[in-house]
Design a protein around this ligand. Structure first.
Ligand SMILES: NC(=O)c1ccc[n+]([C@@H]2O[C@H](COP(=O)([O-])OP(=O)(O)OC[C@H]3O[C@@H](n4cnc5c(N)ncnc54)[C@H](OP(=O)(O)O)[C@@H]3O)[C@@H](O)[C@H]2O)c1
Length: 356
């Protein structure tokens, strides 16, 4: 007989963070191939703010329901296993996989459309059913608060560093990595790059955040507000050569400058658009022309598959890299947590603790 567990969950009608609602639902018992997970910690990504604000509309492959449970990245433990589940047992510590069908290779439109916390049910809830393949083991050395920060932000940073190299051959030694801003992707990029033996240039609009990045090992600090020509600074810091790999998180206000300071033959990862989605210099700067001008490779970066996520987790474990958490909010404070994310005043990751 099906038994049910009641779960509190946050839901959004995609009409803004201030309209998030705390509701209750029954969680069904897992059927064959499924597991029931007690969610312990959830981390927040830029995309979560965008989705709830109704601004995540640029992916044609993603059709959003009218109401969602937000957020994609969670850590928890297995409570019940369905029939035929061999991979997990009760009590196992697990991490969600943000795109549950994206297990290896390149992402397809269908896999993108199944992303959790947007078109698929998210994780900002106390209990959730997962398919057994849509989870990976939590590294033993990390707490749930730490580990839940690594799915989107960590894997994207890992892919920006290693996604174009063959699986299992991480690089970075002797390279210069430019990371823009001090959010989740950038700070994971900084941690991975330093552990890989690379040199890191980081930009931020805040001197205080730059000081924190320096304490984490950043080699060159540039405030993009007081130094609007930060691309010139990058060239100066690299003796005119430019950065080997750019984490292009800024978009409208930063892409052209990234092309100015990527090294010849370097890699620009088009990751984000925190400074705007519309390129004001569009008419003057054709992206193809810029790619050819610098003989650079620009890669559309869409998170990464499960095997690269696991590769990244093993790397974190080997180097004992601990994720950087700015603040931990209680479950009841999820709305404030998302407002804090959306204000952009955080450094690294924000976590909502789903259980005390
Ligand atoms: N393609 C993918 O798979 C993927 C995956 C993850 C994220 N993303 C995208 O990558 C971007 C960053 O994501 P996130 O989760 O790391 O965001 P986040 O944690 O919210 O951090 C955003 C940071 O961007 C920085 N920023 C704002 N304006 C900037 C500017 N003009 N130049 C440089 N930095 C600026 C700010 O850092 P300071 O305060 O230090 O300036 C801010 O803290 C977002 O656009 C997100 O949608 C894409």
């Amino acid at each position: 007989m099906a038994k049910t567990i009641s779960s509190r969950q946050w839901s959004s009608a995609l009409d803004g963070i201030s309209n998030l609602k705390l509701t209750t639902a029954n969680i069904p018992f897992p059927i064959a191939g499924e597991v029931l997970v007690k969610i312990n910690s959830v981390s927040l990504n830029y995309k979560d703010g965008e989705t709830i604000e109704g601004l995540f509309n640029h992916h044609k492959a993603v059709s959003l329901p009218q109401s969602i449970i937000p957020c994609a990245d969670a850590a928890g433990e297995i409570l019940e296993t369905g029939e035929d589940v061999t991979k997990w047992k009760k009590g196992d510590r697990v991490l969600s996989v943000s795109y549950p069908e994206y297990l290896t290779g390149k992402i397809t439109q269908e896999m993108l459309g199944a992303g959790i916390g947007s078109s698929g049910k998210g994780v900002l809830c106390e209990y959730r059913i997962f398919k057994e393949d849509a989870l990976v083991p939590t590294p033993a050395f990390l707490s749930d608060d730490e580990a839940c920060t690594l799915q989107i932000a960590g894997t994207t940073a890992w892919m920006a560093m290693n996604g174009t190299r063959p699986l299992g051959s991480p690089g970075g030694k002797g390279e210069v990595i430019l990371v823009q801003g001090t959010g989740g992707v950038s700070i994971n990029g900084l941690l991975i790059a330093k552990a890989s033996g690379a040199e890191v240039i980081i930009t931020s609009g805040s001197d205080e955040k730059l000081a924190r990045a320096k304490a984490l090992g950043a080699d060159h600090l540039i405030n993009y507000r007081t130094t609007p020509d930060w691309d010139v600074e990058v060239l100066r810091a690299t003796n005119g050569k430019g950065a080997d790999i750019v984490f292009e998180n800024g978009g409208a206000q930063t892409t052209a400058k990234s092309f100015n300071c990527v090294r010849f033959g370097g890699l620009i990862n088009a990751i984000g658009y925190v400074s705007g989605k519309v390129d004001p210099a569009d008419e003057r700067m054709n992206i193809n022309l810029q790619l050819i001008r610098r003989n650079a490779t620009m890669v559309g970066m869409l998170n990464g598959p499960r095997d690269r996520f696991e590769e990244m987790l093993a790397f974190y474990e080997r180097h004992q890299i601990r994720p950087v958490i700015d603040r931990v909010f209680s479950f009841e404070e999820a709305k404030q947590a998302l407002q804090y994310l959306w204000s952009g005043s955080h450094f690294g990751k924000i976590v909502v603790r789903a259980s005390s």
